[in-house]
Design a binder for this molecule. Structure first.
Ligand code: X5A
Ligand code: ZN
Length: 677
C-alpha cells in the first residue's frame, strides 16, 4: 500500500497582478519548488501519482454558500479593475482570472486524495495545491484562500465514504478560522490548530483563536486551539504540544480519517511564522499521526513562504508518509515558558471534555492559583518587552539552518533472531550469521540461568542478538549479499531478563532506551545514563531509582488502555525525545497483559526514535504475538484502539503526580509554567 502524490502544474498558473505587500509572498514558485524537490530527491518516483480533478459545484457547496460560489465564478471574466475591486471585500487575498480554475483543482485534489485513501488504493498521501484553503469561510475568501479544501474534504469523507469521525490537524502557523467556523458545533470533526497569536496581535487577530474557544453546543471540546504568544518556538515546543495535548485527545477521539492542513510557515525561516522549528520536525509530526485511523492520513498543502524551508519540509513529510526511518532530532531543548503557559491553559480548558486529560494540571491550579496567575502576568509583560526589542533585529537578518541530513531509505529491512525451530514471519529477514563473542561474554551468558534452553542454544541466540545490535548501530547490511540496511528487529530469546542484562553490558557505546512492558526483576546498570529504563507494569512495588530508571505503575495492569496511552504520551514519548537514544530496546515480559493493538501502537510510536532502530525482545514461549510485532516493525499501521471510545475509569491521577515529580530531571515532561522565580 503506497503513498499518493497529487500535483498539477496548472496550479502554478495564477499570481498577484498588482502591488499588495500582504500578498506578495504567495507565489507560484511555492508549488514548483516543492514538487521539484520531491523529484530531485527521488521521492516523487516512489509515490503513486494521482491526478487532480475539479471539485464540482455540489462539493464546493458542502462548505460554501451559493452566493459566494456564484461570485467567484465570475472572476475569470473580470477585468483587472474588477478583480481588484472584488478582492477588496476580503482580507489578505487576491484574485486572478485563473484562480477559480485552480481553486476548483485544489479542492478537487483534496477529494481525490480522500478517495484514494478511503478506498484503500493507497495508505496515505499528500496533495500539493494552490490556492490554500483553511482561511476561507462559507461566504468569504481570506488569507490567500478561496475554497476551504480540507473542510470540503472532511464533509466529503463523511458523506461519500461514511467516515464517522474526522480529525483535522492544522500545523500551519496561522489559525484556520474557516475550518473552526465550519465545524464549531460538529462533534464528528475534531479540529486542532496551533497558531501564532501574540495575544491577538497577529493576523487574523481574532478573539476566537484563543485557547478558550473549544467549540459550541454538542461540538464543545471538538475544537482545540493552541495559541503561540511568542515567536521563535522550537522543535521541543511543537513536540510538547503533540505529546501533552493533541495525541492523547486524538487517540481518545479515535478518528476514521486524519486530514492535515499541512502549512509549512510554521518552519524556520518563514517570514510569516518567524518560528524556529526545523524542517525535520515535520517528519516527526507526520509519524506521530500515522498510527491513527489505521494509517489513513491525507496531507494537503496550506501555507509556507520560505521556498527553501518549504521544500525541505515537504520532502520530510512525504518521505515519512512513505515509511522511511525518521531522522534523529538533535539538541532538543526544554519547551519555553510561553509555550508552557499555552500548554497549561489548553489542557486546563480541554480536560473537561477529554477523560484522558481529566487530571491535567490539577495540582498546579489547585495548590497555587494565585501564584500561577501572578506568574502569568509577569510572563505576558516579559513577552511584550521581548517583542518590542526583537522587532527590528529580526526583520534584518536572514535565518540560516543546516539542510536536513540524508535519511535512511530503502532497502531497509526488519530482521529476526529466532531459535532454529521457530518460523520466520513473512517480510522479515532471518539472521543466521553471528560473530564470535569472546570468552568474557560467553562466560557471562553461561552464568545466567536459562530455563528453557541449553547453554549452547543460549550462546548462539545471544551472539546473533549482539550481531544484530552491532549492525543496527553501524547501519550496516545484515549480510553482504542482500545489500539491505538493518532497520529494526525482533528476537525470541529463552530469557528476556537475561538478554536485557547482557545487552546493557554490550552496548555501552551508545544510549539505549529500554522500554519494559510487564514485571520482572531486572538488574539494570543505569547510573551512568547509558540506559534509560522505563518499565510499564501493573505492580506497584518498585521505587524510582535515580534519573534513569522509571517504573510506571498502572494499577489496573497493562490491559488498561487509557492508563497505558497516558503513560505513552505523557511520559514515554517526551522522555524518549529528551533522552535521544541510539537504540530502542522494547522488552515484552511474559504475561504483561498488554493487548495486541496497544502493543502494535507502542512499536509504531517507538520507531520514531534512534532512526527507527527498534529491537523487540520477547520470550520464546511468548511467540503468539510475533504476528502483530512483525507487522508493526514492517511499518504496517497499527489498528485503532477502539476501546478508548468508551473510556474505562482511569488511573491518571497517579501518573500525573509522577510526571510532576520527574519534571526536575526531564524538561519535556513539563506542562505548566514553572513555579517559583
Ligand atoms: C494559508 C496561509 C496566510 C495568510 C497571511 C495573511 N495564509 N497575512 O498561510
Ligand atoms: Zn499559514
Amino acid at each position: 500500500m503506497g503513498t499518493a502524490l497529487i500535483y498539477d502544474e496548472e496550479m502554478t498558473k495564477y499570481k498577484l497582478l498588482w502591488v499588495d505587500p500582504a500578498c506578495k509572498i504567495e507565489v507560484p514558485e511555492r508549488l514548483s519548488v516543492s514538487y521539484e524537490a520531491l523529484v530531485r530527491t527521488g521521492l516523487s518516483d516512489r509515490c503513486v501519482s494521482v491526478p487532480p480533478r475539479e471539485a464540482s459545484d455540489a462539493e464546493i457547496l458542502l462548505v460554501h454558500s451559493e452566493e459566494y460560489l456564484e461570485g467567484v465564478k465570475k472572476t475569470p471574466h473580470m477585468t483587472l479593475e474588477d478583480l481588484k475591486e472584488f478582492t477588496l471585500q476580503y482580507g489578505d487575498v487576491y484574485f486572478h482570472p485563473n484562480i477559480y480554475h485552480c481553486a476548483k483543482l485544489a479542492a478537487g485534489s483534496a477529494l481525490q486524495l480522500v478517495d484514494s485513501v478511503m478506498t484503500g488504493k493507497v495508505r496515505n498521501g499528500m496533495a500539493l495545491v494552490r490556492p490554500p484553503g483553511h482561511h476561507s469561510m462559507r461566504s468569504a475568501a481570506s488569507g490567500f484562500c478561496v475554497f476551504n479544501n480540507v473542510a470540503i474534504a472532511a464533509r466529503y469523507a463523511k458523506q461519500k465514504h461514511g467516515a464517522e469521525r474526522v480529525l483535522i490537524v492544522d500545523w500551519d502557523i496561522h489559525h484556520g478560522q474557516g475550518v473552526q467556523y465550519c465545524f464549531e458545533d460538529d462533534p464528528s470533526v475534531l479540529y486542532f490548530s496551533w497558531h501564532r497569536y501574540e495575544r491577538q496581535k497577529f493576523w487574523p487577530n481574532l478573539r476566537e483563536s484563543d485557547y478558550d474557544s473549544v467549540g459550541k453546543g454538542s461540538g464543545a471540546g471538538f475544537n482545540v486551539n493552541v495559541p503561540w504568544n511568542e515567536v521563535g518556538m522550537e522543535n521541543s515546543d511543537y513536540l510538547s504540544v503533540f505529546c501533552h495535548v493533541l495525541l492523547p485527545v486524538a487517540y481518545e477521539f479515535c478518528p476514521d480519517l486524519v486530514l492535515v492542513c499541512a502549512g509549512f510557515d510554521s518552519a524556520i525561516g518563514d517570514p510569516e511564522g518567524e518560528m524556529c522549528a526545523t524542517p525535520d520536525i515535520f517528519a516527526h509530526l507526520t509519524h506521530l499521526l500515522m498510527n491513527l485511523a489505521g494509517g489513513k492520513l491525507c496531507a494537503v498543502l496550506e501555507g509556507g513562504y520560505n521556498l527553501t524551508s518549504l521544500a525541505q519540509s515537504v520532502c520530510q513529510t512525504v518521505q515519512t508518509l512513505l515509511g522511511d526511518p525518521l531522522p534523529q532530532l538533535a539538541n532538543l531543548r526544554s519547551p519555553c515558558e510561553s509555550a508552557l503557559e499555552s500548554l497549561q491553559c489548553v489542557r486546563s480548558v480541554q480536560r473537561r471534555y477529554w477523560s484522558i486529560l481529566k487530571h491535567a494540571g490539577k495540582t498546579a491550579t489547585d495548590s497555587a492559583t494565585t501564584d500561577v496567575s501572578t506568574k502569568l502576568i509577569k510572563l505576558a509583560k516579559a513577552e511584550e518587552e521581548k517583542a518590542e526589542t526583537a522587532e527590528d533585529e529580526r526583520s534584518q537578518e536572514e535565518k540560516v539552518w543546516p539542510e536536513p541530513a540524508e535519511r535512511l531509505r530503502p532497502p531497509v529491512c526488519s530482521v529476526s533472531v529466532l531459535p532454529d525451530d521457530a518460523a520466520c514471519p513473512d517480510g522479515l529477514k532471518r539472521l543466521v550469521s553471528s560473530k564470535d563473542l569472546g570468552p568474557l561474554l560467553v562466560s557471562r551468558i553461561r552464568n545466567r540461568s536459562m530455563e528453557d534452553a541449553g547453554d549452547a542454544d543460549g550462546v548462539a541466540t545471544f551472539s546473533r542478538l549482539y550481531t544484530l545490535i552491532e549492525k543496527m548501530r553501524t547501519n550496516e547490511v545484515p549480510s553482504p549479499s542482500t545489500g539491505l540496511l538493518c532497520g529494526n528487529g525482533v528476537a525470541l530469546v529463552p530469557d528476556v531478563a537475561a538478554a536485557v542484562d547482557l545487552n546493557c553490558f554490550h552496548s555501552s557505546s551508545f544510549r539505549v532506551l529500554v522500554v519494559c512492558v510487564g514485571k520482572e526483576e531486572l538488574n539494570y546498570a543505569t547510573a551512568d545514563g547509558k540506559m534509560l529504563v522505563v518499565q510499564i507494569s501493573g505492580e506497584d512495588k518498585e521505587e524510582q531509582k535515580g534519573k534513569y530508571y522509571i517504573p510506571v505503575c498502572l494499577k489496573k495492569g497493562c490491559g488498561d488502555t487509557v492508563g497505558f496511552i497516558q503513560a505513552v504520551f505523557g511520559l514515554l514519548l517526551p522522555l524518549g525525545y529528551e533522552y535521544d537514544p541510539g537504540l530502542v530496546l522494547l522488552v515484552r515480559m511474559p504475561g504483561s497483559g498488554v493487548g495486541d493493538c496497544m502493543w502494535q501502537q507502542l512499536i509504531g510510536l517507538l520507531k520514531g526514535f534512534a532512526k527507527g532502530h527498534t529491537l523487540v525482545l520477547m520470550q520464546t514461549n511468548d511467540g503468539a504475538c510475533m504476528g502483530p510485532t512483525a507487522s508493526a516493525l514492517l511499518g504496517h499501521p497499527a489498528p485503532p484502539l477502539q476501546e478508548l471510545l468508551t473510556p474505562l475509569p482511569d488511573d491518571g491521577g497517579a501518573l500525573e503526580r509522577m510526571r510532576e515529580r520527574l519534571q526536575a530531571d526531564w524538561k519535556m515532561l513539563q506542562t505548566t509554567v514553572s513555579s517559583g522565580n
